[in-house]
Design a protein around this ligand. Structure first.
Ligand SMILES: *Cc1c(COP(=O)(O)O)cnc(C)c1O
Length: 221
C-alpha cells in the first residue's frame, strides 16, 4: 500500500511553491492508485504505453495521465485519445506523429521536450543544439495539434548533490532562453518537469514546476 502520510507531506511541501506532483505509479497495482485517488490526488505518471492504457481503461476517467517515459512512434496511437501530457518528446519525427494522431481525435496534445542534462549516456533527450534545430525547423511550425508547454530533464543518478543541482540549473537556463527566444514569453510555455524521489527537493529549489515522484509514495519497485 502506498504511503499516504508521505504523499501528504510532499504535497504540502510542493504547495508552497505551486509545484505539481505527478505520482509515478509504474509497476504498481490499480489498488495502490485507487488508494491515492481516494485522497483527492488525480495526477499519475506511467512510463510504458501498454501499462498506461490498461490503467486508463480500468480507473476513473477524471485521472490526468502523464506519459513520462520514452515513447516509440508506433505506440503513439494508443495514448493519443486520452493522454494529458507527454513528458519525454525528443525528436521532430515523434512530434509529427503525435500531431497526426492528435488530429485524428480532434485534440491538441501537450508535450514537453526532453533535454539531455545528465552525464550518463544512457538517458534519452535532446542536446541544446538539437532543441534549437527542432524549434527552428519549418516542419515544427506547421504542427497544429501539438503544443510544447515546457521542458523535461533527468539529472544524473548520483549522491553528488552539487552535480545534480548544476544539471537542474542548466535545464533552467535553457528553459528561460527557450521561452524568450522561441515562445515569445507565451504563458503556455511554463513547465519544467524535473525531480524524482531522490532529488525533487533540489529540483524545486532550482525552479521545477512539476516533479515526478514514484518510490517515495508507492514504495520501492
Ligand atoms: C520511474 C520514473 C520516475 C520516478 O522515479 P522514483 O525514483 O521512483 O521517484 C520519474 N521519472 C521517470 C522518467 C521515471 O521513469
Amino acid at each position: 500500500m502506498p504511503n499516504i502520510a508521505k504523499l501528504k507531506d510532499i504535497l504540502q511541501q510542493l504547495d508552497v511553491k505551486k509545484v505539481k506532483l505527478v505520482a509515478v505509479s509504474k509497476t504498481k497495482p490499480m489498488s495502490a492508485i485507487e488508494a491515492i485517488y481516494k485522497t483527492g490526488h488525480k495526477i499519475f505518471g506511467e512510463n510504458k504505453v501498454q501499462e498506461l492504457v490498461d490503467k486508463y481503461e480500468a480507473l476513473p476517467k477524471d485521472i490526468e495521465w502523464h506519459l513520462i517515459g520514452h515513447l516509440q512512434t508506433n505506440k503513439v496511437k494508443y495514448i493519443a485519445p486520452f493522454v494529458h501530457l507527454i513528458h519525454a518528446v525528443d525528436s521532430l519525427k515523434l512530434l509529427k506523429i503525435i500531431n497526426k494522431e492528435a488530429k485524428k481525435h480532434n485534440r491538441t496534445i501537450d508535450c514537453l521536450l526532453q533535454l539531455h542534462i545528465a552525464q550518463e549516456s544512457s538517458k534519452f533527450g535532446l542536446s541544446e543544439q538539437e532543441l534549437k534545430q527542432l524549434l527552428n525547423h519549418d516542419a515544427y511550425s506547421e504542427l497544429q495539434n501539438v503544443r510544447i508547454v515546457g521542458l523535461m530533464g533527468m539529472a544524473t543518478f548520483t549522491n553528488n548533490t552539487q552535480q545534480v543541482r548544476a544539471e537542474f540549473q542548466g535545464l533552467k537556463r535553457i528553459f528561460d532562453e527557450t521561452r524568450i527566444t522561441y515562445f515569445d514569453n507565451q504563458a503556455h510555455f511554463k513547465e519544467m518537469s524535473m525531480g524524482m524521489s531522490g532529488d525533487y527537493e533540489i529540483a524545486v529549489e532550482e525552479g521545477s514546476t512539476m516533479v515526478r515522484v514514484g518510490s517515495l509514495i508507492f514504495g520501492y519497485r
